[in-house]
Design a protein around this ligand. Structure first.
Ligand SMILES: [Zn+2]
Length: 72
């Protein structure tokens, strides 16, 4: 996926396997975003789970459980 750095405004690409790894990390750690580091200025850009899922719609979690159906 293409990302435009929030800090230096240069575009950079996140490889598909990085998108998958990010989605796995988000799922496992129950995060809301992933930090993608800009190769130009080395600063972190927050990528939301939704953006990652749009970039990798074929991604499926290793865990198939639906969190919303869990009892509180
Ligand atoms: Zn940058």
């Amino acid at each position: 996926m293409q990302i435009r750095c929030n800090h230096c405004h240069k575009p950079f690409a996140l490889r598909k396997e990085e998108v998958f790894a990010a989605l796995e990390a988000i799922q496992e750690q129950n995060l809301h975003h992933y930090n993608a580091y800009c190769p130009h200025c080395r600063r972190a850009n927050r990528i939301s789970r939704t953006e990652l899922q749009h970039a990798a719609p074929e991604w499926k979690s290793a865990k198939q459980e639906d969190v919303s159906s869990k009892p509180a």
